[in-house]
Design a protein around this ligand. Structure first.
Ligand SMILES: O=c1ccn([C@H]2C[C@H](O)[C@@H](CO)O2)c(=O)[nH]1
Ligand SMILES: [Zn+2]
Length: 131
């Protein structure tokens, strides 16, 4: 693993500490890196109206996009699961939209796995489908 990817996982683990998850008690942290090396972190933010909950990955991506970022390299995701957990389908769809190609997943034991968006969401729906 590169130093850059370690730093991205460290940032995901750090912002996981801000997760607001009183309903599931499942805290998730994510951090996305732009092609020019900037990092944006995000945590999951739950709500008593459950469907208003936002995942850590989309919090991170939407923070980056809202800051003017358009070119992405990788996203790291950290949660307390027996095996490194993959992002949910909604987050994968958003990663496909914004060209987030590498997904690095880790748990608190430090087990780490990397997959591409093409592996996790083959045949993603995209704007090309609407042409
Ligand atoms: O990849 C995932 C999967 C789940 N969650 C959040 C949503 C909810 O708050 C909690 C349980 O699903 O974990 C994420 O943030 N990212
Ligand atoms: Zn999600």
């Amino acid at each position: 693993m590169t130093e850059e990817d370690k730093a991205l996982l460290d940032e995901a683990a750090r912002v996981r500490g801000f997760a607001y998850a009183p309903y599931s008690n499942f805290k998730v942290g994510a951090a996305i890196r732009t092609k020019d090396g900037k990092m944006y972190g995000g945590c999951n933010i739950e709500n008593s109206s459950f469907s208003s909950t936002m995942c850590a990955e989309r919090t991170a991506i939407y923070r980056a996009v809202s800051s003017g970022e358009t070119e992405f390299d990788a996203i790291a995701v950290v949660s307390d699961s027996p095996n490194p957990a993959a992002p949910c389908g909604s987050c994968l769809q958003v990663m496909a939209e914004f060209g987030v190609s590498r997904i690095i997943m880790s748990n608190l034991n430090g087990d780490t796995e990397e997959m591409t968006i093409g592996e996790l969401l083959p045949k993603a729906f995209s704007k090309e489908n609407m042409e």
